[in-house]
Design a binder for this molecule. Sequence first.
Ligand SMILES: *Cc1c(COP(=O)(O)O)cnc(C)c1O
Length: 376
Amino acid sequence: MKKIQMVDLKSQYDFIKEEVADQMAQVLETSSFVNGPMVQAFQQDLEAYLNVKHVIPCANGTDALQIALMGLQLEPGDEVITSDFTFAATVEVISLLKLKPVLVDVDPQTFNIDPKAIEKAITLKTKAIIPVHLFGQCAAMDSILEISKKYQLAVVEDNAQGIGATHTFADGTKAKTGTMGHVSATSFFPSKNLGAYGDGGALFTNDDELAHFIRGIVNHGMYTRYYHDVVGVNSRLDALQAAVLKVKLQYLDFYNERRKEAASRYNEYFNNHEQLVLPFRAMGCDSHVFHQYTLRVLHADRDALVQHLNQHQIPCGVYYPVPLHAQKAYLDPNVDPAAFPVTNQLVKEVISLPMHSELTTDQIEYIATTLLQFFN
Ligand SMILES: *Cc1c(COP(=O)(O)O)cnc(C)c1O
């Protein structure tokens, strides 16, 4: 059996080697390393795939989130509501821009931001909500968009883990994650569902004016060469990464299907185990692309299970071990830790198993049976 990894980028690369080499050679031949035709081609392919008017490439997912907030032209002190249970980048950019992060609790089944908690946290200073499609599952967008309309708040989707997922609205219409809010941010970090061979990111929006504004922000606030209208940043996707992404985008649906298959296989082993809670799919198969396959371990020592797996050469992850409200950098004396009962519980129970498009059935069997042995 092949060595088990959380993500197996080498095996994935072996399947697409020639295509990647060919696209990369094109970049080298044209020697257009930043922006240029390859970045534009990838951008257009992604716009078509997502059915969104504008994809604006940038350097990484954290930049994309920061630039999305800059695009909304918020004032220092404005409040931005986001999830207590996410990667730190989501809240980091809020603080960096001198906005006020307002963390709220999540839903115990989906691990995604709880719309009821959002509504409770809204004040006169609230300007935006950042739902995160955590672990690849679309957040409760019907309710979130309804709240945003009711209170006139911007919605910035953090789609770093959700690319390729499709949301079905209550009325039956469908949309890809990242295309429902006012603007969204995604990451092409190598381990993400659509990953480059280095850093990369992008923003998506259907708003022409906002897209124009953001295209200037990523380029030093420049709309006419050497005329700087706003304070911007330098955040670019390089062309070699775009070449990789252009190849891999063609396989994104295939990769995501493989992840869903692996998740279903895991489920078969863990079904009915009274100490394991399986990942919950709130809105059918298309709404979850399994960036992570995350179990809740009940009434057991989760960290001992991590050790047990590691001893059997099975890597695993704890995403995330500390709620954001309890992180040193984001401690707020006015915030009561008891206001996050779900996150406080999840951080003790969650474990993410190896998940990628190249997992084999014998690897899954070995992982699952080894995990189950822990409880015997
Ligand atoms: C990966 C990730 C980011 C940051 O992306 P980078 O490209 O690493 O900067 C932001 N939010 C979430 C939820 C992520 O998983």
